[in-house]
Design a protein around this ligand. Structure first.
Ligand code: 3PG
Length: 217
């Protein structure tokens, strides 16, 4: 597994953000870092996404900045050019996964079914986004997936409906590398400058990761 993916697994939580305004990028990064979360997925859902990734990669190199909602090979190239260190997609598009792998760009495609998991394995993916986690069966479905797929070494990043309330249920599953979600840093909270609230949620999440996993991984 790439060292970036190892770092994501070690962090245990990946804040997923849609940043509307470039000026929010640095206060967001500082809240995440101070709260103990060294990783962020900046989704390509806003016009500011590329500029945010570029700025964070330059100004906060200690933060592992990834690109989310990567739906095309072109977006893979944009993400890499902006300095993103990993990419995430809601689904598994083989063209996108191959474009990422040809560029040496660690990539986490989304899956919801056994067939998609097997496609991801065939494409060489070691972490798969389990999306939309809560709607497709959550912890129960992940436990069922562990049966036939645990021995492959594949691990999942559940995202979609993960919250402070159910985070621990996901983190307790050995097959979960990290949980992702927007609950840490909502776009509306950034618009209102609620950096203290975001910092607090980071601290709660990292506290949970440490209490569940201990300090050994
Ligand atoms: C994603 O893109 O990963 C999801 O939209 C995040 O889902 P959430 O808003 O339920 O955390």
């Amino acid at each position: 597994m790439s060292s970036v993916l190892e770092s994501i697994a070690a962090a245990g939580v990946v804040p997923v953000v849609a940043v509307d305004v470039v000026e929010h990028a640095l206060p967001l990064a500082d809240a995440l870092l101070e709260g103990g979360l060294p990783v962020v997925e900046v989704t390509f859902r806003t016009r500011a996404a590329a500029d945010v990734i570029r700025l964070l990669s330059k100004e906060r190199p200690q933060l592992i900045v990834g690109a989310g909602t990567v739906l095309s090979p072109e977006t893979v190239q944009t993400a890499v050019a902006c300095g993103a260190r990993f990419g995430v997609a809601p689904g598994l598009n083989p063209r996108v996964v191959r474009a990422a792998s040809e560029t040496g760009f660690p990539f986490i495609p989304g899956v919801a079914t056994p067939s998609e998991i097997e496609q991801g394995l065939e494409l060489g993916c070691s972490i798969l986004k389990f999306f939309p986690a809560e709607s497709i069966g959550g912890v129960k479905l992940l436990k069922a997936f562990a049966g036939p797929y645990k021995h492959t070494g594949v691990r999942f990043m559940p995202t979609g409906g993960v919250t402070a309330e159910n985070l621990s249920d996901y983190l307790r599953l050995p097959i979960v590398a990290a949980a992702g979600g927007t609950w840490i840093a909502k776009t509306a909270d950034m618009a209102e400058g609620k950096w203290g609230d975001i910092l607090q949620r980071c601290k709660e999440a990292t506290g949970l990761v440490q209490s569940i996993r201990g300090f050994s991984r």
